[in-house]
Design a binder for this molecule. Sequence first.
Ligand code: NOJ
Length: 532
Amino acid sequence: MTNPLGVSPMTPWWRDAVVYQIYPRSFADSNGDGVGDLAGVTAKLDYLADLGVDALWLSPIFTSPMRDFGYDVADYCGIDPVFGTDADFDDLITGVHRRGMRLLLDWVPNHSSSDHPWFVESRSSRDNPKRDWYVWRDRRSDGSPPTNWMSLFKGVPAWTHDDATDQSYLHVFLAEQPDLNWANPDVEAALNDSLRYWLDRGVDGFRADVVNLIGKGTDVDDLPDHLVTMPLLATDRPFGHELLRRIRTLLDSYEHQPMMVGEVYLLQAGQSASYLGDIDGGAPELHLSFDFRPLHTPWEADRMQGALVEMEADFAEPGWPTFVLSNHDRVRHRTRYGTEARARAAAVLALTIRGTPFLYAGEELGLEDGVVPPERVVDPDGRDGCRAPIPWTADGDDETGHGWPERPWLPFPSNATTHAAEVQVGDPASMHSLYRALLALRHQHAVLRHGSIEFAPLDDGDGADDDDADGDVIRFERRLADERVVVIVNLSDAAAPWPTDLADAAVLLSTARDRRASGAALAPDEAVILNL
Ligand code: NOJ
């Protein structure tokens, strides 16, 4: 697991970066319509620069009827009015770059909105020139859908029949999100042109939505029974890799090193990493490929270490892993793990592991999911809780205030009052201060960014080869030249002995609020970073 290459003078920026995901609707509202917007993000850039993140990823901001809150795009080169204007975008990107940060946009290539003019044309007649831009099929002779694929939302078939032309179109997500047909070279050209459009406007890269799905082309035969409800997992095809190699060539033709991180929703060992292309000696594809194993792993040392070790093996050099604990699709890890102590220890893992960490806005505040009453549920897949608006100020209740000029589109997180940004910034004991300290450490210590990583076998952390190991302490070492940093995370509700071999190590950081030095037992769910 050692990286024999050390630090290359050519290290691409995204290996050094910590990326911060913003869900724009929920971040900050500048005009009082209850929905966050681009000017709202611009107004918070000093907050983000002070936190110490290097790049911002905005969830979709393009023109959309918002059936899936922007993951249903009606114009790949337009900004939805709810988020602002072209001028607001220019102000934002200028402000981001002026502060030394980078900006990534969310690109949704697998499907458009059914309101996109391409689809409106496509469905207008069987001989429309854009008919083949989407995946149209005849029903089976018994009237059932063309294949057995089920949509990932709402438990309905992934095909909707269009009476006007008597054919069905494919939609892996909502019926309002028809899948584009990437086997048609005109589709590839149009989508890749949209990348050029934003690159020419200065963006530093993209997060590509469910990008493994574009490789299915028209290859949509029946799935085996156990995969019927998971077409996303069944579309790992060579064609997708071919498309990504061409996208990579496009990106690499820009001097400012734009980066693409793919949402590759494939959970088998090695599948996500294979989308880097060059990891198997092939031509490069994605720069980074999400691997969501840790996101799906409970706060248990053996399972977490198992996920981390597998990922490390999958993404060994020349690969490079990512690390994600929360995003706009899953219950926040503060809520999943249940306690603030665990969320603090998880932050240490996220920011000291080898790879590029992706933080989800609000995790630096230790926000919990919002509690969304049934009448306020708006997401077709019930993901509203993790999209609760960011509370900037303490004043307010579940529905209003907290620095939002008007009642926002969703209720606030359940701990909004105690965990608002203004309460935490500057309080040395806060979650915000922990993230800020961790981000500063990462910047100061190249070993945390580029060092090799080696996991110790799971034991109780006392460093002794004895029988008392309870297996709840993860310990790994990062090394770069003669710098050595050890990270220890106690994933247990009980205290654990201090490792005997680390009695004199200097404590760089601890999540326990009262730790001053090495030696005393590790508190329950304490994480420490030590300098050897
Ligand atoms: C994955 C995105 O993260 C999710 O929010 C969205 O609903 C689907 N892709 C469909 O675009």
